[in-house]
Design a protein around this ligand. Structure first.
Ligand code: TEU
Ligand code: CA
Length: 557
């Protein structure tokens, strides 16, 4: 049995919403420890924890105030060590979230920089003179407004600092080598503690044009999205990424999974090839279809047919280069079943069929917490129920663009990151068994009475049971090798909403046919075909399978 990381299935935990052990309404490390057997039974071998470090939580922990301290909200370093050890006992490796494009404005580095412009720490940030009282350039933050903010303590001077995300997330100056060494020391601290590696946050943004020229405006506000500058500089980060890999991950044989938006396709082999900067990157090609900048109210729905064509092109491009991580959702995206599937498939049947695609595509799939039970978008009835800094900005921009409050709220219900951040649904008890608190930090999904882990754990036909079978198929013989190393081959869709592909190795084939149509399709097979797994009952008759509406079939040839 290969121990190749891409032969595994991974899982993302958003700690604030996973499980609350002490009744404060917020998830924590002891809550995760209490669910390790659940994760073992699911069959996942690698778990990514979204940030658990000291933070003021302006961007839900992606604003780190101390890279080597656990935030008390989540527990203590002893809790973390216990989690690491108990996960290891269950064959589960832990990777942490490496947020190094920026830190928190509460970090001591930034406080020292503001207190003394001649300090060493002042060189860790981008502090620049304005232009006659205006920001140095016209870039717009990912969270709205200028990427420049007046430097605290110097408000009556024309001094600004750079933040590609919110103003409480000052960008770190990667062009200052001592800062990079500080970051590498921190990375090695965690690797020496026994974490298996990292998911690397927003890493393409570390490349900057130090002349800060700005870009032509992409909206009436006269600004241009910072994402466009990052895309323009996408090959600039290479030197830093190569240096970081050699100074940290490579030395420890660690796995590194980068959140790399906008990688230049010609440079992909530098990122995920044999000697790539990273072990792998997430496949965001479907997410990137929806150019949400400068505002999410301009989103365009992405059909499962468009999703298929985009992901298939990405799979074919990567076949001979390396491996990526297929996802259908994460903590930054709405639930995949709600976002990509036609309305008649936004249910358990659709969740199972989409799961078959996610888990069996080539690469290391990440399942996002709650995806395995078929969680869909949560219904938010007021802007005050949203928590996300991006949601609040998108709402403001939508109203400024002339949309009504109802229209803006409807779009946030489709697009907001909060859709993925509501508590995991463990049972039909209060707060869906997530917490014993009076209220939870974010509202609980409206369907928790029927849609929850406990209701599915004893149901062999549940979404959860189907995910366990899918993951077991990949984890075990006889299909582990073909599902690990098998080439991706796109098959001809029998209809618009069909996602058909194969994995090929040494003359053998595993076919995955996911039918998201609202009617059955016919799939022709060769005489030696055998149905390995199916989300609804099917049979092979006269060398063909009638695949019912909203059903996925896995066939061995
Ligand atoms: O996201 C980086 C990022 O560029 C996209 O996720 C996008 O900008 C964001 O979703 C806004 O819509 C990473 C983290 O995944 C995200 O949660 C953080 O907010 C962000 O970096 C800043 O650390
Ligand atoms: Ca708690």
């Amino acid at each position: 049995m290969s121990n190749k990381w891409w032969g595994q299935v991974a899982y993302q935990i958003y700690p604030k919403s996973f499980c609350d052990s002490n009744g404060d309404g917020i998830g924590d490390l002891q809550g995760i420890i209490s669910k390790l057997d659940y994760l073992k039974d699911l069959g996942v071998k690698l778990v990514w924890l979204s940030p658990i470090f000291k933070s003021p939580f302006v961007d839900q922990g992606y604003d780190i105030a101390d890279y080597q301290a656990i935030d008390p909200t989540f527990g203590t370093m002893e809790d973390f060590d216990e989690l690491l050890a108990k996960a290891k006992e269950r064959g589960i490796s832990i990777i942490l979230d490496l947020v190094i494009n920026h830190c928190s404005s509460e970090h001591e580095w930034f406080k020292k920089a503001c207190a003394d412009l001649n300090s060493e720490e002042a060189k860790y940030f981008y502090i620049r003179e304005g232009k006659n009282g205006c920001p140095p350039d016209n870039l717009r933050s990912y969270f709205g407004g200028s990427v420049w903010e007046k430097l605290p303590g110097h408000e009556n001077e024309d001094l600004w600092y750079l933040h590609y995300f919110c103003k409480e997330q000052p960008d770190l100056n990667w062009y200052y080598e001592p800062l990079r060494q500080k970051l590498y020391e921190m990375i090695n601290f965690w690797l020496e503690k026994g974490v298996a590696g990292f998911r690397i946050d927003a890493i393409m943004n570390i490349a900057k044009d130090l002349t800060f020229p700005g870009l032509p405006a992409d909206a009436p506000d006269g600004m241009c999205s910072a994402a466009k500058m990052t895309a323009k500089l996408s090959d600039e980060a290479a030197t830093f990424l190569h240096e970081m890999n050699n100074a940290t991950f490579k030395k420890h044989g660690a796995i590194s999974v980068a959140e790399a938006f906008g990688v230049n396709p010609e440079s992909l082999s530098n990122y995920i090839g044999k000697d790539g900067f990273f072990s792998t990157i997430f496949d965001f090609s479907a997410r990137e279809l929806n150019e949400k900048y400068p505002a999410c109210y301009r989103y365009r729905p992405v059909s499962i047919a468009k999703w298929r064509d985009t992901i298939f092109a990405s799979q074919e491009r990567v076949n001979d280069i390396g491996f990526m991580c297929p996802i259908i959702e994460n903590h930054d995206e709405p639930r995949g079943v709600s976002y990509y599937l036609p309305r008649h498939a936004q249910n358990a049947d659709g969740a199972k069929a989409f799961g078959a695609v996610n888990v069996l595509l080539r690469g290391m799939p990440f399942i996002y917490q709650g995806q395995e039970i078929g969680m869909t978008n949560t219904r938010f009835d007021s802007i005050y129920e949203f928590d996300d800094v991006a949601a609040k900005d998108n709402y403001k921009v939508a109203l400024e663009a002339g949309l009504s409050e109802r229209q803006a709220l409807d779009i946030l219900n489709i697009e907001s990151r909060d859709n993925a951040r509501t508590p995991v649904l463990w049972s039909d008890e209060k707060n869906a068994g997530f917490s014993s608190a009076q209220i939870t930090w974010l509202k609980v999904h409206q369907d928790y009475k029927n849609l929850n882990v406990r209701a599915q754990q004893n149901d062999p036909d549940s979404t959860l049971a189907f995910y366990q079978k899918l993951i077991a198929l990949k984890n075990n013989e006889p299909y582990h090798d073909i599902l690990t190393d098998g080439k991706f081959v796109a098959l001809e869709p029998q209809a618009e909403y069909v996602v058909p592909f194969a994995r090929e190795l040494n003359g053998k084939q595993i076919q995955v046919i996911a039918n998201f149509e609202d009617s059955a399709i016919v799939h022709k097979v060769t005489p030696n075909a055998q149905v390995v797994l199916s989300s609804k009952s099917v049979e092979i008759k006269d060398n063909q399978i009638i695949i019912p509406a909203v059903c996925a079939v896995v066939i061995a040839l």
